[in-house]
Write a protein that binds this ligand. Structure first.
Ligand code: PLP
Length: 360
């Protein structure tokens, strides 16, 4: 039986390197609360963003909730139906109402024209997602936000290092969230960071993530939670960044190899890229729902486990089908993300593609 191949396999740096950083924790005896490793990780993140402030946190879902609170959003937020549950879940958790705008069938990102159609007096913000790290139409979204005086949060969970016209995507909008979950290209086992250039927003996020305390450990008019990143998590993040460029080039080669092999069939299409990405995800869109189902079964019977990512389209869960988003629904029924990680090699890819092409 061939070894199993999953959509991704978490990167683990050389064990000695992690142990070396852990020994520093033992020396300092500081395990959390913005210790030395936290600060080092934070500095390294600045090498991949020009945002003024970067706040490492416990995970992406909580980080999104903190962003909504820091911006004091209450009301309707226009968002994409083609994303992870956490994008809409965070809105609902914070008492906001997700209103869905359909996606662009090529880039798979929220369509700015659809956003504008959904704006009402109750709209307070936009939560857009850089799907698979592919930059949203940030310029058009900025125009809509300015015209209607509403805030923008970018869910950049997949978008570490992504650029749009040579600018890091985290520079756009009021706040961006990058996830450092263990499946991501940069990871802290569990973790995330919020990026902003707003001084007040930064201070609010810091307080909110630290029980509501300010720098002098005083509580002032704000109730917080505990969302701090630990030293153990930051240590993993430091090593993830150290190996980022090498890992990204493996992922890019894999991504390009998949595209080269699969580009021969007109029953498969790919996401149109609008900037530079980190190449972790390899989404392929099949001509029909039935074909996707068949290919998934063939791959699974060969111990290969692609993922229906994202499925289902979120309006079907969070909005009781009251709104229809036909493009997102159709794509979510026809898409599979193929296995990619630094542990996937060309033979694996040849095998996956052969199985797909033989059964198409
Ligand atoms: C688009 C998107 N947003 C948010 C999240 C939640 O991030 P986390 O797993 O760090 O909580 C994920 C998780 O993969 C995601 O894919």
């Amino acid at each position: 039986m061939k070894p199993q191949l999953f959509i991704t396999k978490s990167y683990l740096p050389p064990k000695e390197e992690y142990l070396e950083l852990l020994s520093l924790i033992w020396d300092n005896h500081i395990l959390t609360n913005e210790g030395e490793l936290y600060k080092r990780f934070q500095e390294l993140l600045k090498g991949y963003s020009n945002s003024k402030y970067i706040i490492p946190l416990v995970n992406g879902a909580i980080a999104l909730q903190l962003a909504i609170r820091a911006l004091e959003l209450q009301g309707e937020i226009i968002t994409t139906p083609f994303s992870h549950f956490a994008s809409s879940g965070s809105l609902v958790w914070e008492g906001c109402k997700p209103v869905y705008a359909d996606i662009d069938p090529q880039t798979l990102n929220i369509d700015p024209l659809e956003i504008e159609k959904r704006i009402t007096k109750k709209t307070v913000g936009i939560l857009a997602v850089h799907v698979y790290g592919n930059p949203c139409d940030v310029e058009q979204i900025a125009l809509v936000s300015k015209k209607h005086n509403i805030k923008i949060i970018y869910d950049a969970a997949h978008a570490f290092g992504s650029t749009y016209k040579n600018r890091y995507v985290t520079e756009f909008g009021d706040v961006s969230m990058v996830s450092f979950h263990s499946t991501k290209i940069i990871h802290t086992i569990e973790g995330a960071a919020l990026y902003t250039s707003g001084k007040t927003i930064n201070e609010r996020i810091k307080k909110l993530s630290y029980f509501g305390m300010d720098n002098n450990r005083q509580f002032k008019q704000i109730y917080g939670t505990n969302a701090k990143m630990s030293e153990f998590a930051a240590a993993m993040g430091i090593l993830s960044i150290k190996h980022f460029e090498a890992n990204k080039s493996i992922l890019k080669e894999n991504f390009e190899h998949y595209h080269l092999l699969l580009n021969v069939s007109n029953r498969i299409s790919f996401q149109k890229l609008s900037g530079e990405i980190n190449y972790l995800y390899v989404p392929v869109i099949f001509e029909s729902k039935l074909l996707k189902k068949k290919i998934k079964q063939v791959l699974e019977s060969n111990n290969i486990f692609p993922r229906e990512y994202f499925y289902p389209s979120l309006e079907s869960i969070f909005n009781n089908h009251k709104q229809s988003c036909l493009i997102s629904k159709s794509i979510s029924e026809r898409i599979l993300c193929l296995p990619n990680s630094v542990y996937v090699n060309k033979d694996d890819i040849n095998n996956v593609c052969r199985l797909i092409l033989d059964n198409i």
